[in-house]
Design a protein around this ligand. Structure first.
Ligand SMILES: [Zn+2]
Length: 371
């Protein structure tokens, strides 16, 4: 017995000059529509005290397209423009629910270049994917096949800062839940190790990440020495972006492997419930990378536990997981636990603790207690 789920598959592709031109124009229109809608929402709220719905913004879009000065909006597919308004609506919903920060304006240089096409704006026949208003199918590198007979529901085209083109295909897939089991695990996400488990196991960052980060530091240093507006500056920026992209790709692959294994091997998994808001003001690079890993880990665990009939237990973020002694019967809490302390002996019961294993053990116990 299987369960129908939406799954994303991401592939690289190589656009023809015609496609690249149209997609660049589409990205520009998506960004403009997002920014105009956001500005109008803010103005409306300030001047008239009105809240805005998706339907309102879709109506504005229809009006903007009639404006002769914005005639170029009619040259691209309308669907990605509507999709970005939907995404903005979702961003506001997430903000009001306290799950995300206030939606921001998209800048030309810094924001993600992407456009989402719903099923009425592309065709997928005989393995060929063709977007609205283009004549040729995309030259996609199908490095792994889509599920048998899958019909894509949306397709998102993007270009990263390193200049690489990607297409993410969302399809309905059928997943069979795993047989229930007894094993449970607490997971601590850390700076030193990617994750530490309550079983005592430590999963390290992929070995190449360290080397990549050194390369990144060198490239960033080189970038900071380049003069504004010079050709070398653009080259140095591209180099930094490429290294960033490589680190992110490898980390995602690694996290996929780790989370799939954890979900297969455990019925319940406990992690700390960090929020986006707590993570925003981190200027320390290592901490920022660890937070990014944590966000990805959490979202992967959320959907994978859902797919396979497992349980994800979220532990209150104020729980003192690293300061509390995890020995059963002892509940000594240390006043402080500086980051450089890797192991400590409990003054009350005398147990020698590994910092991260102790934290993971506490996270598991707290998760099970709340269940
Ligand atoms: Zn103790």
């Amino acid at each position: 017995m299987g369960q129908a789920v939406k799954r994303g598959f991401k592939y690289r592709f190589y656009p023809t000059p015609e496609q690249a031109k149209l997609l660049h124009r589409t990205f520009g229109c998506v960004r403009l529509v997002w920014n105009m809608a956001l500005a109008e929402r803010i103005r409306r709220y300030k001047d008239e005290g009105l809240n805005t719905s998706y339907v309102d913004t879709a109506r504005w879009l229809t009006e903007w397209k009639q404006d002769p000065e914005l005639g170029f909006l009619r040259e691209v597919s309308n669907v990605p423009l509507q999709q970005t308004l939907r995404a903005q609506q979702n961003a506001f919903t997430a903000f009001f629910a306290g799950r995300a920060r206030y939606p921001r304006f998209k800048s030309k240089r810094k924001s993600r270049k992407s456009a989402t096409f719903a099923s009425n704006a592309f065709t997928f026949t005989g393995g060929a994917l063709k977007l609205a208003k283009t004549t040729e199918p995309l030259a996609v590198v199908w490095h792994r096949p889509l599920p048998e007979g899958a019909q894509p529901s949306t397709v998102t085209v993007s270009q990263d800062a390193a200049g690489r083109w990607f297409v993410s295909v969302l399809v309905e897939d059928t997943i069979t839940p795993l047989a229930p089991m007894d094993a449970m695990v607490g997971v601590d996400v850390g700076l030193e190790n990617l994750v530490t488990l309550s079983t005592g196991e430590k999963v390290t960052n992929p070995w190449h990440e360290r080397a990549c980060r050194r390369k990144l530091a060198r490239a960033q240093k080189a970038l900071s020495r380049k003069a504004k507006g010079s050709a070398n500056l653009a080259k140095a920026q591209l180099r930094v972006a490429r290294i960033h992209a490589r680190i992110a790709d490898r980390r995602r692959d690694h996290l996929h492997k780790v989370t799939t294994r954890l979900v297969r091997e455990n019925q319940a998994l406990a992690i700390e419930d960090l929020t986006v808001r707590n993570m925003l003001n981190n200027h320390c690079l290592a901490r920022a990378i660890s937070d990014a890993a944590w966000s990805q880990l959490r979202s992967m665990l959320e959907y994978k536990t859902g797919w396979y009939g497992r349980q994800l237990l979220l532990v209150d973020r104020w729980f003192p997981s690293s300061k509390l002694c995890s020995t059963p019967g002892c509940s000594h809490i240390n006043n402080t636990m500086p980051l450089n302390v890797r192991s400590w002996r409990c003054p009350l019961c005398g147990t020698l603790h590994d910092r991260d294993v102790n934290a993971a053990t506490n996270i598991l116990a707290a998760g099970l207690a709340d269940r």
